[in-house]
Design a protein around this ligand. Structure first.
Ligand SMILES: Nc1ncnc2c1ncn2[C@@H]1O[C@H](COP(=O)(O)OP(=O)(O)OP(=O)(O)O)[C@@H](O)[C@H]1O
Length: 317
């Protein structure tokens, strides 16, 4: 893993009798896009506020860019761009004027600010609307302006809290592509909080699943599938004819196979390795015609749902 840019060590946040965040440890590396994923009330915003030094942990330590957020929030604020789920812009000012205002607050000279604002408005595809009042922007445009706004101070890391909330599908696609591009071209580290699994899956290098203030699983999508599904990381779907009992028994005897579900001539084969080639060989050698074979990888959506099904069944995982 690369140089850590966000390091949380055993942080907790207690409100009255309730732990909003409970003993969370997490390291995010420079250049990563990390997705903090969890249902409403999981503690994502509380965690972000502690990273920014806007909320003090009840215990534990938070370092961002090597700086202690609790003791030095102003220095952290200089290095981190934070986009809350709904950015407040001055409605009567244009997009450009809003960016220039942010520049003044960050001590950037007028000349540098104008150049940077134009450059960023171009990047977020708002040049045409640069002189339109922010109050007339759509939500997607406001979020893109928000992104330009957090980039004005040239941060090392950006933290986006539910950035795609209320944006139409095309706007979401553009926004995510923009984040990915900024990450790749400008080596920007990104922390993204969301409860939209498929969006997180599209762009994040690693994901943390967060529930009731605790990090339940951490890794890239493939490793999460392994952690959460334990054995059955792959499902191979087969359509063949005829499907005899002998054929099903042969497939069941492949060491990597844990389960074979059959409906007529369709089979779902659950296994811990990709044994597509072995399965096709057995089907063909048994004299059956193989119509179709495909491997299904688990997406984050399925990982999440199956995990929560498991939680309900097991009670206290
Ligand atoms: N200032 C506060 N005082 C008391 N309880 C709070 C406060 N802020 C948050 N909480 C509680 O802490 C828990 C975590 O809230 P948080 O906003 O961090 O969750 P979240 O994962 O960001 O959810 P959402 O996506 O709905 O914003 C919730 O139970 C919430 O009610």
């Amino acid at each position: 893993m690369g140089e850590p840019i966000i390091a949380l060590e055993n942080i907790s946040k207690r409100y009255d009798q309730h732990d909003a965040v409970n003993q969370l440890s997490l390291t995010i590396s420079k250049g990563e896009i990390f997705g903090l994923l969890g249902p409403n009330g999981a503690g994502k915003t509380t965690t972000i506020l502690m990273m920014l030094g806007l909320s003090e942990p009840t215990s534990g330590s938070v370092r961002v860019c090597g700086i202690d957020s609790t003791h030095n929030p102003i220095e952290v604020k200089r290095r981190v761009g934070y986009l809350p789920d709904d950015v407040g812009f001055y409605q009567h000012m244009t997009g450009m004027e809003n960016l220039l205002y942010t520049a003044v607050l960050n001590g950037i000279s007028r000349k540098d600010a104008e150049q940077r604002a134009y450059e960023l408005l171009g990047k977020v595809n708002l040049l045409e609307a640069a002189h339109k009042k922010a109050g007339k922007y759509s939500r997607g445009m406001r979020q893109r302006l928000g992104l330009a706004d957090v980039l004005m101070k040239n941060p090392d890391v950006i933290i986006l809290d539910e950035p795609t909330l209320g944006i139409d599908p095309e706007g979401v696609r553009d926004f995510l592509a923009l984040i990915k591009e900024l990450n790749e071209k400008e080596k920007l580290t990104v922390l993204l909080s969301s409860h939209h699994l498929h969006q997180v899956q599209q762009i994040c290098d690693r994901v943390g699943i967060f529930v009731d203030g605790k990090l339940l699983a951490l890794g890239n999508v493939a490793s999460l599938a392994k952690q959460l599904f334990l054995e059955d990381t792959f499902v191979i779907h087969v359509s063949a004819s005829p499907v005899s009992k002998e054929l099903v028994d042969k497939l069941r005897s492949i060491p990597a196979v844990h389960q074979v579900d059959r409906v007529d001539n369709e089979l779902d084969i659950y296994c811990d390795q990709d044994v597509t080639a072995t399965i096709s060989k057995i089907v063909v050698e048994s004299g059956s015609s193989l119509f179709y074979i495909s491997r299904k990888d688990f997406g984050l959506d399925e990982i999440y749902h199956r995990y929560f099904e498991g939680r309900e069944l097991n009670g206290s995982r």
